[in-house]
Design a protein around this ligand. Structure first.
Ligand code: NAD
Length: 484
């Protein structure tokens, strides 16, 4: 093992942040962490100085140099205009993978799921979190869900590599590809393709709704679960909560060059400054960091000392149970108790071993693939039109057929309403007009689309946006309307 000190950037955060960071640093130093921390200021004070991102430009210099960030929770001030520091950090530093181990410590920490040891690997950069939202009409708003091939490949490969390097047995994918056939369909397809390279691991796919229900009911059947951003955001909190306490879980945000480690809980301002808070969530983040920077020996010492402390019944208020816990302690005393147990192992809880785990950094090489033959075969034109009568609209829009394009259908919120719609379908003021080539699926030219838009505009229709209909190597790159 190298004895060189690894520079890391540390932020002490707000609320209980400074107390739990002091406890965490004390414990990992007692375990012999070979680190050289540099401190940056983030959070409430920075927000209140008028910096909407909550981080000073100078702090980025440290982060981009050390590439390792141990972050205590921060308080986001109430009121508008403040950006999520987590989202900013993840996106700015390309932290594509959020890794959250959720483990139960029964009977020492109360839980309905005594046998739970699940790792949620959540995609961090895309999906509905791209932040591309629009109000398009009086009645309708939209948020774009972007799922990319490289984004999916990176997270799926990370999940499989994580499983292999941490001696896990199975990787499960949750998606909703029965409904979102193109976006979630891509995620699932990439899971199957990359999974085929990992013959040593079990693979399975669940539709996210029933998968979530199964996770909440029988988490012991899962091992590593990989998910898109939104599903992962929700289900990683569910998983942490059902394991026993959100106060115990840590998480890693991993990129190809930088990484950030933190507790999953917030700054708990009501508990601040009272030596009450449980530092375990941040400590678990720090343990993930130690593995990441190539100090699995220290991670193992620290983690086992923590397990022994929990097993000895030395508990902070949030996990204290009469009859199970032996001693209720504050943040500092808990840190002293863990530090004093360095070198000890738990007797009842499972001992952890990181000695074989290589650094979690990996070169995530994207697969090469040839560009598809892409052909334009139609266009969806979305218009803002306030009358709720699809038949009246359809008859008017058909008069704009021409120059090789004709109206195939009109849909409202995805449901076909013309021709042959149902009177019962409720319509908003947001209509999709699907035009295709008069020669069936023959390719059309962009100029024909521009000409169509020009005719619609001159006819008094407000087109909100268009989506071109392409085929890729002859396969449709769009879905049919419901009822088409
Ligand atoms: P919270 O996680 O701070 O607290 C939720 C509950 O859990 C509270 O009852 C709290 O006392 C308890 N709790 C949390 N961590 C604990 C610990 N370590 N030990 C003992 N008890 C603990 O969530 P909140 O109250 O919704 O948010 C408070 C602030 O934290 C908000 O400003 C929010 O924006 C921020 N926040 C920050 C992060 C982050 O920095 N990563 C994450 C979530 C929330």
């Amino acid at each position: 093992m190298s004895s060189k000190l690894v520079p890391i950037t540390v932020a002490h955060g707000d609320g209980i942040g400074p107390e739990i960071m002091a406890a965490t640093l004390q414990i990992i130093n007692a375990g012999g962490a070979r680190i050289a921390p540099e401190t940056i200021e983030i959070g409430e004070k920075v927000f209140l100085r008028g910096i909407s991102a909550g981080i000073e430009p100078s702090a980025w210099e440290s982060l981009r140099r050390t590439k390792v960030f141990l972050k205590a929770p921060i308080t986001t001030p109430q009121g508008g205009g403040f950006k999520s520091l987590n989202v900013t950090t993840r996106k700015s530093l390309g932290l594509y993978a959020n890794v959250r181990p959720c483990v139960s410590y029964y009977p020492y920490v109360d839980t309905k799921h005594p046998v739970m040891d699940v790792v949620i690997v959540r995609e961090n950069e895309e999906d509905l979190y791209a932040g591309i939202e629009h109000r398009q009409t009086d009645e309708v708003t939209q948020c774009l869900k972007l799922i990319s091939r490289p984004g999916s490949e990176k997270i799926v490969r990370y999940a499989f590599e994580y499983a292999r390097r941490n001696s896990r047995k199975k990787v499960t994918c949750f998606s909703k590809d029965n409904i979102m056939k193109i976006t979630d369909g891509l995620f699932h397809k990439i899971f199957d393709e990359i999974g085929a390279e990992y013959t040593d691991l079990e693979k399975e796919h669940w539709i996210v709704d029933i998968g979530a229900a199964k996770l909440a009911d029988s988490p012991e059947v899962f091992d590593v679960i990989v998910m898109e951003n939104l599903y992962g955001d929700i289900l990683s909190d569910v998983a942490a909560q059902i394991a026993g306490s959100v106060g115990l879980a840590g998480s890693a945000n991993i990129g190809s060059s930088c990484a950030m480690f933190e507790a999953i809980h917030g700054s708990a301002p009501r508990r601040a400054g009272q030596n009450l808070a449980n530092p375990s969530g941040l400590l678990h983040g720090a343990i993930l960091m130690l593995v990441h920077i190539g100090q699995p020996d220290v991670a193992e010492l620290v983690h086992n000392a923590w397990l022994k402390t929990i097993e000895d019944g030395i508990h902070t208020y949030d996990i204290f149970q009469e009859g199970v816990s032996k001693q209720k302690v504050g943040t500092k005393e808990f840190a002293d108790a863990v530090s004093a147990r360095m070198g000890q192992k738990p007797e009842k809880l499972k001992t952890v071993s990181y000695s074989k785990a290589p650094s979690q950094t990996m070169t995530n090489v994207l697969r090469e693939y040839p560009p598809a033959k892409k052909e334009l075969i139609g266009v969806d034109v979305f218009i803002h039109w306030r009358d709720r009568d699809p038949v009246a609209l359809g008859k008017k829009i058909e008069t704009f057929n021409g120059n090789g394009l004709e109206l195939l259908l009109i849909s409202n919120r995805g449901q076909k309403v013309y021709p042959g719609g149902f009177e019962e379908t409720f319509c908003t003021d947001h209509w999709r007009l699907r035009f295709k080539s008069i020669h069936h699926d023959d390719p059309i030219k962009h100029e024909q689309v521009i000409d169509l838009l020009d005719r619609l505009l001159k006819g008094g229709y407000d087109f909100i946006k268009i989506e071109n209909l392409y085929t890729f190597d002859g396969v449709k790159g769009f879905v049919s309307a419901q009822g088409e």
